[in-house]
Design a protein around this ligand. Structure first.
Ligand SMILES: O=c1ccn([C@@H]2O[C@H](COP(=O)(O)OP(=O)(O)O[C@H]3OC[C@@H](O)[C@H](O)[C@H]3O)[C@@H](O)[C@H]2O)c(=O)[nH]1
Length: 271
């Protein structure tokens, strides 16, 4: 089969990636990386799409996802596709983009495969607040494991770069503060938070195995406790709870032991 022609921009990206991989292996990192990234989608060399970057955001109707959509839509060369099942996200968060020629919204659950031609994938889909991810733990772990497998399969098929939003919860109940990326965590595999903690840990493993085995270009962001506009007032997390309670003139509910700490991040700093 004839290979799709590669644009000069992509050729440059691939040669930079090759250099990076050579440096990584010289540094002893990512051992076992044997394959080059797959060829980018033929879409990239179509005369109609050459200047555009088509980006899929799973969970793009959610709190952080919708801010990421805003950020990516600011660049007029980006086309953004959002896939969301609206379990915790809302179309309301994307209202200003619905009907925009560079924007597309799909009702889709990532536990089912999705076939689209894209250059980049931002995989955010998963309930992130403890009250929502504990509501249906089996579904949460399916979303993290099967959902991430589906997105990696897509990335492999079309040669897209993929970013997984992971979590500070991969550190579990950490024994080291603050946690460096090199810390492996202290996670309970059978607790009520495990569907999320362990689900994200498996998702990270899948990302690295696809990278090592298939050469997929990957990124992982371990997100800590994020707050800001569009956060659901009933989200259940500490910042939204405290603000809602203060507005209603109620006492703030500080859960036991009361000495716990968190690293907070404003959403515009996150995206
Ligand atoms: O009303 C409340 C709510 C929460 N808390 C406490 O505040 C701390 C923070 O709890 P949150 O519910 O905001 O969420 P967590 O920090 O545990 O995890 C969350 O933020 C980090 C993300 O990566 C995770 O996706 C998300 O689960 C916990 O110790 C909790 O017990 C209160 O004291 N009062």
């Amino acid at each position: 089969m004839q290979q799709a022609p590669v644009t000069s921009e992509l050729r440059l990206l691939r040669s930079e990636r090759l250099k990076e991989m050579a440096t990584d292996s010289a540094n002893g990192q990512h051992q076992g990386t044997t394959k080059l990234p797959p060829q980018p989608s033929p879409l990239r060399s179509s005369k109609f799409c050459q200047s555009n970057m088509r980006i899929l955001i799973t969970g793009g109707a959610g709190f952080i996802g919708s801010h990421l959509v805003d950020r990516l839509m600011e660049n007029e060369k980006n086309e953004v596709i959002v896939a969301d099942n609206y379990f915790t996200g809302s179309k309301e968060n994307l209202r200003k983009w619905i009907g925009h020629p560079r924007f597309e919204l799909i009702r889709h659950d990532v536990t089912e495969p999705l076939l689209v031609e894209v250059d980049q994938i931002y995989h955010l889909a998963c309930p992130a607040s403890p009250i929502f991810y504990k509501y249906n733990p089996v579904k949460t772990i399916k979303t993290n494991v099967i959902g991430t497998l589906n997105m990696l399969g897509l990335a492999k098929r079309v040669g897209a770069r993929i970013l997984l939003t992971s979590t500070s919860e991969v550190y579990g109940d950490p024994l080291i503060h603050p946690q460096p990326e090199t810390y492996w965590g202290n996670v309970n595999p059978i607790g009520v938070r495990s569907c999320y903690d362990e689900g994200k840990r498996v998702a990270e493993t899948l990302m690295f195995d696809y990278h090592r085995q298939h050469g997929i270009e990957i990124r992982i962001a371990r997100i800590f406790n994020t707050y800001g506009p569009r956060m659901n007032i009933d989200d259940g997390r500490v910042v939204s709870n405290f603000i809602a309670q203060a507005i209603r003139g109620e006492a703030l509910t500080v859960q036991k032991p009361g000495t716990q700490t968190r690293s907070f991040c404003y959403v515009s700093d996150m995206v």
